[in-house]
Design a protein around this ligand. Structure first.
Ligand code: HEM
Ligand code: HEM
Length: 137
């Protein structure tokens, strides 16, 4: 008997991205370490999910709806958390992001979403670290 080949779709539209973002946040909000941070800072969740979907649509499809400053946003999150954000938080964040994508999608765009998030976490953490140092000068 030949095994049934299970194929997942690739991410080709904003609707699928919104699904990824929402499913990802469902997990993040229940995480013991990340959950309290996100649940404390973000109050308008509908708005946040649309904004993050726009952010990823920009990086995947080149759409222009996103207007924000993610670097500053995370520097301020770290200040709000008494400079306690570590690479461990980013590792956990990435775990849920990769897991969500891998569970539901596969293909070139799914790979792009995963690759970019890996690059982004390094940049974001470095920017948080720079901000802390600058504050102390
Ligand atoms: C308002 C803020 C931002 C705008 C307008 C923006 C826009 C763009 C555009 C137009 C591209 C090229 C198209 C593409 O390859 O998808 C790009 C790529 C990229 N951006 Fe952003 N971006 C923003 C914020 C960020 C931030 C905060 C990070 C990191 C934390 C980031 C990380 C990346 C990475 C890793 C790539 C892909 C480069 C590669 O393929 O190696 N972006 N961005
Ligand atoms: C590669 C990893 C990450 C990416 C790509 C990412 C991306 C983003 C983006 C695009 C925003 C919206 C910024 C804006 O326009 O206002 C945001 C907001 C936020 N992020 Fe992240 N994030 C990452 C990791 C994290 C981690 C590890 C934490 C916490 C430990 C975090 C906590 C937050 C919070 C609390 C907000 C809301 C800020 C506010 O609305 O004031 N993020 N993130």
């Amino acid at each position: 008997m030949t095994p049934i080949e299970k194929r997942l779709p690739d991410v080709t539209d904003r609707h699928q991205l919104f699904f990824i973002v929402s499913t990802f946040y469902d997990a993040v909000r229940q995480d013991a370490e990340l959950g309290p941070i996100f649940n404390e800072i973000i109050t308008e969740w509908d708005e946040h999910l649309e904004k993050i979907t726009d952010f990823w649509a920009m990086h995947l499809f080149g759409t222009k709806a996103y207007t924000g400053n993610p670097v500053l946003a995370h520097q301020l999150v770290d200040q709000q958390q008494q400079e306690s954000i570590t690479p461990y938080h980013f590792g956990t964040w990435l775990f849920y992001w990769l897991q969500t994508i891998n569970t539901h999608f596969e293909g070139p765009n799914a790979e792009i979403l995963k690759d970019k998030s890996r690059k982004m976490q390094t940049i974001l953490y470095m920017k948080i670290f720079e901000y802390r140092k600058k504050k102390k000068q």
